[in-house]
Design a protein around this ligand. Structure first.
Ligand SMILES: [Zn+2]
Ligand SMILES: [Zn+2]
Length: 280
């Protein structure tokens, strides 16, 4: 279930957020972009069964709604709440570009005993958070790591690349079906994506820019254009593509974008909307 199909601009879509249902229950939250809180209710879903949170990176349009969504879970009744959260490691003190905390530090800044929302841990229901930081450095020969394997549910992760923001790509396998989430990704992350997405039933690809020179130069250091999206989907042998994190430029030029992707990729391609439900 796509809860947020948009990006950072307030252009009518909620920002990036996806909920993965396993045997009908909403187990896995992938990113937590602003606006997803409202879409969750509109979709008549709750996070009552959600125990896994996968953050692709810590930009606001992917992580800014976490407090709202956690609180919605806390007040939805039931007993104690336990979330296991995975996300990228931080930049550390010595870095080029912007500073990003690790995912565990990010959660501590929000919900820790001296965090901004420290009260939330014991407000409506006791909340326990288990944080895991995933190395987000792109290696020359990228290898994915299994971060969870339980009752047939397998989640693997690999470093992505998204400008100066540490980023992680996730793949979820269950009952013979698989979904890969690219996250926001630039050209340096594509070898890792190609490796982890191999043979996926569904690849959710964040689509922000037009083919060059259609978008601002700086955006190509952060995102992947349509031509390269199609080529990657073809090379990884994925079965279908869902474009999400749709920018106004992509929305306004969707025929051109789809044509460009289809030059490389022959399988089904669609554009997500908020509350689009896709069966891989
Ligand atoms: Zn984004
Ligand atoms: Zn981003």
């Amino acid at each position: 279930m796509v809860l947020g199909s948009g990006g950072p601009g307030a252009a009518g879509r909620a920002a990036s957020c996806h909920l993965v249902l396993i045997d009908g229950s909403a187990r896995i939250l992938v990113d937590a972009g602003p606006g997803a809180f409202a879409r969750l209710g509109e979709a008549k879903l709750s996070l009552a069964d959600t125990d896994i949170v996968l953050l692709t990176h810590l930009h606001v349009d992917h992580a800014g709604e976490l407090p709202g969504l956690f609180k919605s879970r806390a007040v939805s009744g039931g007993d104690s709440v336990v979330f296991t959260v995975w996300g990228p490691a931080g930049t550390g003190e010595r870095h080029q570009g912007a500073y990003f905390p690790s995912t565990s530090r990010f959660l501590d800044l929000l919900f820790g005993t001296k965090g901004a929302f420290a009260y939330l841990r014991d407000f409506a229901a006791p909340i326990s958070l288990h944080a895991h930081d995933i190395p987000a450095k792109v290696e020359p020969n990228p290898v994915s790591q299994v971060i969870l394997s339980k009752n047939g549910l397998v989640i693997t992760a690999i470093a992505g690349h998204h400008g100066d923001a540490p980023a992680v790509i996730y793949r979820i396998d269950y009952a013979g079906k698989s979904i890969t989430f690219s996250g926001d990704i630039d050209a340096k992350g594509l070898p890792g994506l190609r490796a982890i997405a191999r043979g996926s039933d569904l690849l959710v690809f964040n689509s922000v820019v037009l083919d060059p020179p259609g978008s601002r130069e700086i955006l190509y250091t952060l995102h992947t254009p349509p031509r390269a999206i199609g080529e990657l989907a073809r090379d990884a042998g994925v079965h279908s593509l869902l474009l999400s994190h749709i920018s106004p430029a992509v929305e306004e030029n969707q025929d051109t974008v789809l044509d460009s992707i289809k030059r490389g990729f022959q399988g089904p391609v669609s554009l997500a909307a908020d509350r689009t439900r896709v069966r891989p």
